[in-house]
Ligand binder design. Structure first.
Ligand SMILES: [Zn+2]
Length: 284
């Protein structure tokens, strides 16, 4: 049984796309694949999240593992479509088969599965069929720039003021974040804005890793970002590091270098309670 598992994993390892923003070691990928296979053995469906290891993947091939014709949902064995989560909106795009195009209007994660909600009137293909997927890259790249920009803002505010982030949300090229911050004034906002832009211009590398849970728990920076709140069942932890500035457990998609973000403007701020301040940003 174990050797069978090894064979499956080794085969998958050969097929795993390696991209430059991925700094997983082979053994890390191996761990991830083993945990995927173990889930499958337990009879659980699990979508292989291609965007986790490669945020720059725009097109992919996948097989349909389930179809819900009533809700017009397609389940794939693997996907590059980012489902809504972690403050980042979902990807849009198309699935296609030959000449037939199925617009992807919404993407959601439910347990270990990714649900692709299909628009249009075209009747859905059957389970087992191979599909071609293509994400709306213009939209996604803007979201990646925005998401990385938000992490830079978190990193700067923690480094300079020791304030932790308590929540946030983002859209295309704009977002808001809440911080445990007592006093926030206009002059301080200006200082924060220029510090953020300085970090962007510093061309800091963005590194993505997928680590076994125990290893991630040994990283002091992650502990401060409340990694211990991660549900027990999660065996692998994905981390996003803006080298020299910020390190978080994060499932979102990011650019490879801070310089890709562009300029950030803090457009507004608001008090949401004695120690909670909301900052609104836009990416130019
Ligand atoms: Zn994030």
């Amino acid at each position: 049984m174990l050797s069978e598992l090894k064979m499956v994993v080794n085969k998958k390892l050969q097929k795993t796309p390696f991209r430059s923003n991925l700094s997983m070691t082979k053994s890390e990928i191996y761990c991830k694949l083993v945990s995927n296979e173990l889930c499958k053995e337990k009879g659980k469906l699990m979508t292989d999240l291609l965007y986790h290891s490669d945020s720059f993947l725009k097109e992919f091939e996948a097989k349909i593992v389930n179809v819900d014709t009533e809700s017009r949902v397609i389940y794939l064995d693997r996907t590059a479509f980012y489902p809504v989560g972690g403050g980042q909106p979902c990807d849009l795009g198309i699935l296609s088969r030959g000449e037939t195009i199925f617009p992807v209007e919404r993407v959601k994660k439910q347990g270990d599965e990714v649900l692709h909600f299909i628009g249009g009137k075209e009747s859905l293909p059957l389970k087992g069929r191979e599909m071609h997927g293509e994400i709306d890259w213009e939209r996604r790249y803007k979201l990646m720039r925005t998401h990385t920009g938000m992490h830079i803002l978190c990193g700067v505010i923690f480094r300079d003021y020791g304030a932790s982030v308590t929540g946030g949300d983002m859209e295309l090229l704009k977002g808001r974040m809440d911080f445990e911050f007592e006093t926030l004034r206009a002059d301080l906002v200006h200082i924060i804005e220029s510090a953020v832009n300085q970090e962007i211009e510093a061309s800091r590398e963005v590194r993505v890793k997928i680590l076994p849970r125990e290893e991630a728990f040994k990283i002091p920076d992650l502990i401060r970002t409340k990694i211990n709140l991660l549900p027990e069942g999660i065996e692998m932890v994905r981390t996003v590091e803006i080298v020299g500035l910020d390190l978080q457990a994060d499932g979102g998609t990011h650019v490879r270098n801070s310089a890709e973000v562009g300029r950030i403007r803090i457009v507004d701020y608001k008090s949401k309670g004695a120690i909670n301040k909301r900052i609104y940003v836009e990416v130019e």
